[in-house]
Design a protein around this ligand. Structure first.
Ligand code: ZN
Length: 693
């Protein structure tokens, strides 16, 4: 191995960045540059924070909060480049550095959050908050810093802190065991389909996937269904063999529920540890602790929303059940619809009402035109323009760069679009930044914003075509991008997308609405060979398909969210009987017998492997309430680009970052808090709005 460069002069990460717009010198950066640069900047940041914490001067907003905001600039500059490469263009060397660095990052972050001297200063400022003469943004910033440290346990005595650390470690171990059990059940189970009779009803794409799964398991020439969602769901949807559907379904909902991979004891312990953790931090339950720092604020607010949607969704599902049962009878079936029948008969009904052939849609969705549509909507709404730049360094030749300007022609930032799948890229789609907007370290530091997708190329000189889901994903990530590009705040830590988890998807999910509108599709969904717009009939079916089977889909989701909430409302959970608890929870809401939770507790990874969504599985629906209600603000004016509504949306949501509480931001935009009506309309549970006259 070559000697790693150590001084700033031969490490391009540590030398001044002279490329246009201050972008990192990507062509010169090699993996071996990162470790020395990160080590140096981590130490530098730790020293900066130590100096703030131990300053002999009495704490002021400036010498404590502003100083913290200014600290670690070079670390985040290098860290952002490292993070971008690890996601979008990685290799074994970068992956190894990432593994080495991840515990170091965690320790660094913890050391700062748990620093007693630092917390004492922040706590003092918080106590004097009203007499410090702060602007509203500064007051909010102080509160955010205080909350972050307090929620990490900074104010507690040594014994409590030691116990919190123990709990965190044990939870990490349990979460890993939980996911490994689910993975093992998904990997090891196989339903082998031996004959043509076993394959009855399965379309080509399901057969091809089943052949691939068989090959992977050394069963070349056969067909295998596994318990991963992408294998078993299409099987349940298409297989005409009721006996095999039952077999696969029963195995699927039993993942993590028995034998060597039984997760129930892990769940009981995790629920108990989380309740204990919340108590140590002064909350009555884990749900109270978790939700206190979300827009929802309280378990009551979450339950309110879920209960409301539940009523409509359950009623819709019961109606749909009748239609499905009728279809069973119509086909001469002499049985009651069972959970393993739902997807199969729903698929038959879907074919009747709103069949769409993916291959008929694709020729109308060219990548170039969908990018243009996303830019067009940003122009109509916010006056932004996007000019291609060829002189900016990037991490891969496929990456496109655009200079973003506002209606007055002022530079607002750079947008990097990295659209195609490649071996060096992680799967999925995401938005990230190489620099955030702020006004602290310069008069107006502008953001460098990245969107990464995994679209496949058409190849051979043909234009690249997208599926409708792809197009929606592009708009989703571009919506996150706008949240960063339009940001207009002073302090870096509350810039752009640095907002609550149940609020951060509002700008992205809201933006998806514009690619779901005929006004936009008519102009941008044109055939790649003929240039003809998508036929009206196809467009109608495409948009109608969205509401199909929403009753059952919503019941599956809301039931999971409610059970998640119930677990985390327990104030202690020693000796918890997980199976009985699940049953009681579902009995209380009247779960229809023909539908099963989207994630039963023994395999509810969102909640029990890592806990990212523990008592927060509701957030998907919370965000949907916001985006549906926000888009209705445009619909109510009869103009999906209404300038007055767009200006309010920009000022209070897209440019506001975390400067105010989400509920306050939303109310300033909409004049009131959201109601679930628009979501209920969007999912087809109540009648659509009559168009404005
Ligand atoms: Zn998102």
């Amino acid at each position: 191995m070559a000697q790693p460069p150590t001084s700033g002069t031969d490490n391009p990460l540590l030398a001044p960045w002279t490329a246009p717009f201050g972008v990192a010198p990507f062509e010169a950066v090699r993996p071996e540059h990162f470790r020395p640069a990160l080590d140096r900047e981590l130490a530098e940041h730790a020293a900066e924070v130590a100096a703030i914490a131990t300053s002999p001067a009495a704490p002021t907003f400036d010498n404590t909060i502003v100083a913290l905001e200014r600290s670690g600039q070079l670390l985040s500059r290098v860290g952002d480049v490292f993070g971008a490469l690890c996601g979008a263009h990685t290799n074994d060397e970068l992956l190894a550095i990432e593994r080495e660095m991840s515990p170091l990052w965690a320790r660094h972050r913890n050391n700062i959050l748990m620093n007693q001297d630092l917390f004492r200063r922040i706590d003092q400022l918080m106590a004097q908050r009203d007499s410090l003469g702060l602007t509203p943004e500064q007051a909010r910033l102080l509160e955010r810093h205080h909350t972050r440290h307090r929620r990490a346990g900074a104010g507690l005595d040594e014994a409590a802190k030691a116990r919190l650390a123990q709990i965190a470690e044990r939870l990490a171990v349990l979460g890993t065991s939980f996911s490994q059990n689910v993975l093992a059940d998904e990997r090891d189970y196989t339903l082998v389909l031996d004959s043509e009779a076993d394959l009855a009803g399965l379309p080509d794409f399901v057969r091809a996937a089943a052949r691939g799964a068989a090959q992977e398991r050394g069963l070349a020439g056969k067909h295998v269904i596994t318990l991963s969602r992408s294998s078993v769901e299409p099987f349940l949807q298409f297989s005409a063999r009721r006996d095999l559907r039952e077999k696969a379904f029963r195995a699927w909902i039993a993942r993590g529920d028995a034998g060597k991979t039984d997760n129930k004891a892990f769940i009981a312990e995790m629920v108990a540890l989380r309740a204990e953790r919340a108590k140590l931090l002064g909350y009555p339950s884990y749900a109270h602790y978790r939700l206190d720092d979300e827009m929802a604020r309280t378990p009551g607010a979450v339950r309110n929303l879920l209960d409301t949607v539940w009523g409509y969704a359950r009623a819709q599902a019961m109606d749909d059940r009748k239609d499905l049962q009728d279809l069973v009878q119509e086909e001469g079936g002499n049985f009651h619809l069972a959970p393993w029948d739902w997807r199969y008969y729903a698929e038959k009904l879907r074919k009747r009402c709103c069949d769409i052939d993916e291959s008929a849609i694709k020729p109308y969705l060219q990548l170039e035109r969908i990018i243009a549509a996303a830019f067009h909507a940003a122009n109509k709404l916010f006056g932004l323009t996007f000019e291609p730049r060829n002189d900016v360094p990037t991490w891969h030749p496929d990456v496109r760069v655009f200079e973003v300007k506002d209606a007055q022609g002022r530079y607002r930032g750079l947008f990097f679009g990295d659209y195609f799948a490649r071996a060096s890229k992680r799967s999925g789609a995401w938005m990230t930044t190489l620099r955030d907007q702020e006004k602290l370290t310069g008069p107006d530091v502008r953001p460098l914003v990245i969107n990464v997708m995994n679209f496949s190329r058409s190849g051979a000189g043909e234009p690249d075509l997208l599926s409708y889901d792809d197009a929606r994903t592009l708009f989703h990530e571009f919506g996150h991008g706008l949240h960063a590009m339009l940001s207009n705040v002073t302090y870096p830590s509350i810039s752009g997308t640095s907002v609550e988890t149940d609020f951060v998807e509002l700008p992205s999910q809201l933006y998806e609405h514009w690619i779901e509108r005929p006004e936009v599709l008519r102009e941008f969904a044109v055939h790649y060979q003929t240039g003809e717009p998508m036929p009206e009939d196809l467009l109608k079916r495409l948009l109608a398909a969205r509401n199909f089977n929403q009753g059952a889909t919503t019941v599956e989701y809301v039931a999971s969210a409610l059970v998640d909430l119930d677990f985390h409302l327990l104030d202690k959970a020693d000796g918890l009987d997980v199976t009985q608890f699940e049953k009681d929870s579902l009995d209380r809401i009247g779960m229809p017998a023909e539908i099963v939770m989207r994630h039963r507790p023994p395999h509810f990874a969102h909640v029990f492997s890592g806990g990212g969504y523990a008592s927060a599985y509701y957030s998907y629906m919370w965000s949907e309430v916001l985006d549906a209600d926000a888009f209705s603000a445009f619909e109510e004016t009869g103009n999906i680009f209404d300038p007055a509504t767009a200006a309010k949306l920009r000022d209070n949501i897209y440019s506001a970052g975390g400067t105010r509480e989400p509920a306050e931001l939303y109310t300033s935009f909409r004049g009131r808090l959201p109601t679930p009506d628009a979501l209920l309309r969007k999912r087809g549970f109540i009648a659509p709005l009559t168009p404005a006259a």
